[in-house]
Structures are given as C-alpha cells and as structure tokens.
Design a protein around this ligand. Structure first.
Ligand code: NDP
Length: 483
C-alpha cells in the first residue's frame, strides 16, 4: 500500500482531517459506510490531492502501508464497534486502529483491552476544534496502547495546531486517558461558556448595556488575561445583527440551551471519582434549567424577585469588577478540571502530565486561551501540585480579584441576576481554602440518626467514635446503613 494512514467516516470531521493530513504531505486512504460519499469526495474536495478512495473495506485496507493505521471518524457508539468488528479480521498484529470520535472513555478502555488480545493496537483520541480545527489544526488528545504512539506521533503532531512551535498534541496516557482528557476539556468548555453568558447577563441586567456595547467590552477583555477563543467569538456574536428584524442576533435567539452530553459525562464522572467539580456540574444544570422554558415563563409570573434594586453602579468600575469575577471563576473551573484528572489518574492508574495537557489545550480546541500558558508553567515547575490554586501565580491572581468577585456575586444576589457558575466557583474557593468546614455537623447528624461514627480533632485520623446521643441508642455502630 501507499497510504500513510486511512480515515473512515466522511462527514465534516473526517473529510477535514483528511484534507489536513494531505496538506501536510501525507497520503491518505478514505472510506465511508455510504460509499457514494467516497466518490463524491474524491471527485470534489479531494481532487488532485494525495487522497485515495476505496469502495470496500478490503480495498481500503490494501491501500495502507504497514503497520496499518486506520482512524475512525464516525458517530460515537455502535458505529465504532461495527467498524472494529469488520476491520480486525483484515488487519495484522501491530496494526493500529484510532477512534477519533467523541467516545465516552469507558468504551475506549473496553475496546483497547479487547483489541490488545488480538495484537491490534487501539488508540482513543479526543479531537477538538470543530470543522475548522480539523482542517487547519485541531487539538488532539491520544491515549490507549502506548506501543502505537511512536508510529502515530509524526502524523498527529504534524496535523495538530501549533503554538509557539509546539504541537497541541502529545501522548496522554494508557487506556481511556485520551478520551477522558477530551471529556474534561468539554466540561471546562461548558463552564467557560456559562461564565461568559453570566458576564453578559450582568452587564445587560445591571448596567442596561446593549448587545453591541457588551461585544465591544468583550473585545477589549480579549486583549488582556481573558484572551481566548470563546471571548473572541462571543464579542463577534454580540455585534451581529439579525437581517430580518434589524435587532442584535442574540436578542432574537431563544434562551434554551441544547447539549450533547459530554458535560454530563464530566459531571457524573466527577461524582464517581469524588472530585468537587461543582462549577462544571453547575454549568450543565444551568443548561438544563434554561431548557425548562415553559415552566420558567409560568414561574416568572408567580415568583417574585427582590423589591429594591438599589442604585446603578458606576459603569467602568462595574465592568472591571465583572471582568475580574470572570477571571477568578474561570481559574476555579480549571482548578476543578485538573483536580478531577488527578483523582481519576489515581483511580484508573494513569500517569498524566498536566503541563503537557495544558499545552494540548493551548491551541486548536474550543477552550484555547492565553492563560493556559500560565497553567502549563504552573505544572511544568513541579510534580507535586495538588491544586492549581496553590501555584503562586494563581494564588495571587485569585487573591487580588476576590474583592471584585465577591462584590459581583453579592450584587447579582441582591438584584436577583442568575449567576450560578460565578457563585459556585466562589463557593469552591471558599470551601477549598477553609481549614475547618461545617462537616462536623454532618458527621454528628450521621452518627445521631445512623450510628455512622465520626473522627475527633484530638485523636489520630482513622479512629472512629460513636456517641449514644439520646441515651436510647446503645453503643452499636453501623457499617451497613449508608445515608
Ligand atoms: P457524525 O457524528 O455526524 O457521523 C457521521 C459519520 O458516521 C458518517 O461517516 C456516517 O456514515 C458514519 N456513521 C454513522 N452511523 C454509522 C453506523 N451505524 N455504521 C457506520 N457508519 C456510521 O460526523 P462528525 O464528522 O460530525 O463527527 C465524527 C466524530 O467526531 C463524532 O464522534 C463526533 O462526536 C466527533 N467530533 C465532532 C466534532 C464536530 O464539530 N462535528 C468535533 C469533535 C469531535 P454514513 O455517511 O454512511 O451515514
């Protein structure tokens, strides 16, 4: 065969990745379940390029150089298993299958194990950046069978986004680590988006600014520490006018958010591994609440907000406070994402390099942002950083912005402006920095009603005590009833 790699799945992502690979000098074989799409692609966008079409799977496989590399860019789920089942008998030991779709990481763990038994190296690679990223340079997060990496590295790092000469792609880890990394990326993306929406609603609700005025403020913010793709596109979105009505586009778009479920995976997984990713989960709940539009419309006629709104704050001062609140909240959601990866790595036995993960998110993907340089620097300097907030840069950044942040959250609460992500990020900060929390009360309650026992401040950790609170309960502690 002549092809360096083969790609199956000619929808937006697959086609654009193939064109990207060809533009970097690779020869690529292309296949799709509906084979008419192969013919259309070869006669259309792929015309004259180093792209070879195949009308059946054996031909496709015969086009590939050994060890064969087959990348699946098909709908996540049964389509991936279907293609693996058809490909495996056609491949040799040492050949590589890569799933580049938005697969939930437990599926990748399962497939990697099953294929390893047949001598086939399986890789689950998260790909971010949408259609345009796929074409011009996505962020790629590969994980799975590490034996596959040396063979894949030149292609993946060659087609990935580059920032300061460094590719936004590196080996993440074994098993499902690549897809896990992509999942956390998406959770952080949910939180980033929600926080930007909250900044918008504060500037509009408290200051009464119009969409294009807020767009200009975001454009200004994009020149500072908030410099990021999502701030940039939101500035453009806010300035766009609807052709039909002449109103700002955002004012004619219905306020019900959709989702495809990756933020939910992140939140459920955070609960599974015991990670306090409350801001990421809050962003998912925010979308869910927004989608209950009919209930909200009805409730808005019944449930009262605050009576007095107070005076409108000074515009420039409030804009700056919201900017700082956004930055502080953003730091917390990233801290939660990295903390979650650390806890998951311990649970699943992965060795993750967080500096390298920050570099992979630095360009190409939806959450790309200048401040990921600071995150990379924070983790590059040490192997023992249990929380991003404890890195001196971030400790200082959040310490200086906290006054503004608290004022914004307070103003939102007093005026009844909905800011779930800002508020939950602040709750995370205040919880994480507390030497003593109110969980002593929870332990006392649990021991009172269920004899669940507690530890004491004046005794070593791991020694458990039970109190007969009522004088009726006796001294038997429970280990079965868990509430
Ligand atoms: P889609 O998710 O829409 O999937 C379409 C492709 O899957 C087509 O090639 C289709 O073949 C194939 N397919 C669907 N069902 C089956 C099946 N049962 N058996 C065989 N083939 C099947 O395409 P996208 O390009 O949008 O995404 C590809 C992957 O990349 C997905 O996992 C997606 O989540 C992920 N992704 C997408 C991004 C985006 O911005 N769109 C960004 C990052 C990742 P056919 O033509 O025959 O129907």
């Amino acid at each position: 065969g002549a092809a360096d790699i083969g790609v199956i799945g000619l929808a937006v992502m697959g086609e654009n990745l193939i064109l990207n690979m060809a533009s970097k000098g690779f020869t690529v074989a292309a296949f799709n379940r509906t084979t008419s799409k192969v013919d259309d692609f070869i006669a259309g966008r792929a015309k004259g390029l180093t792209i070879l079409g195949a009308d059946d799977l054996p031909t496709f496989v015969s086009l590939l150089k050994s060890p064969r590399k087959v990348m699946l860019m098909v709908k996540a789920g049964p389509a991936v298993d279907a293609f693996i089942d058809m490909l495996a008998p056609l491949l040799d030991r040492g050949d590589i299958i890569i799933d580049g779709g938005n697969t939930h990481f437990p599926d990748t763990v399962r497939r990697e194990k099953a294929l390893a038994e047949q001598g086939i190296l399986f890789v689950g690679a998260g790909v971010s950046g949408g259609e345009e990223g796929a074409l011009t340079g996505p962020s790629i997060m590969p994980g799975g069978n590490p034996e596959a990496w040396p063979t894949l590295q030149p292609i993946f790092q060659g087609i990935a986004a580059q920032v300061d000469g460094e590719p936004c792609c590196d080996w993440v880890g074994q098993g499902g680590a690549g897809h896990f990394d992509k999942m956390v990326h998406n959770g952080i993306e949910y939180a980033d988006m929600q926080m930007i929406a909250e900044a918008y609603s504060l500037l509009s609700g408290v200051l009464g600014l119009s969409a294009p005025e807020i767009g200009a403020i975001f454009e200004d913010w994009n020149r500072g520490e908030l410099d990021s793709y999502l701030i940039e596109i939101t500035a453009e979105i806010l300035k766009k006018t609807d052709d039909e009505t002449g109103q700002p586009m955002v004012d004619v778009i219905l306020d019900t958010a959709g989702q495809k479920g990756t933020g939910k995976w992140t939140s459920v997984t955070a609960l599974d591994v015991g990670a306090p990713a409350n801001t990421i989960a809050e962003a998912v709940f925010a979308r869910i609440l927004s989608s209950l539009k009919d209930q909200r419309v009805a409730a808005s006629k019944v449930l009262r907000g605050p009576d007095a709104m107070g005076e409108k704050p000074d515009q420039d001062a409030f804009v700056e406070q919201v900017r700082q609140a956004l930055y502080a909240s953003k730091i917390c959601s990233y801290a939660q994402g990295f903390q979650m990866m650390e806890l998951a790595a311990a649970e699943y036995g992965w060795k993750l390099d967080f500096g390298s993960i920050a570099q992979m998110w630095r360009g190409g993907c939806i959450i790309r942002a200048a401040f990921l340089d600071k995150i990379k620097a924070a983790f590059d300097g040490t192997t023992e950083l249990s929380n991003l907030l404890l890195n001196p840069y971030f400790t200082e950044a959040i310490g200086t912005s906290q006054t503004a942040w608290r004022q914004v959250v307070a103003a939102a609460a007093l005026r009844g402006v909905w800011t779930p992500a800002f508020s939950s990020a602040l709750a995370y900060y205040d919880g994480y920095r507390s030497e003593r929390l109110s969980a002593n009360i929870l332990q006392a309650q649990r021991d009172y009603f269920g004899a669940h026992t507690y530890e004491r401040v004046d005794k070593p950790r791991g020694e458990f005590f039970h109190t007969n609170w009522t004088g009726r309960g006796g001294s038997t502690a429970s280990s079965t009833y868990n509430a």
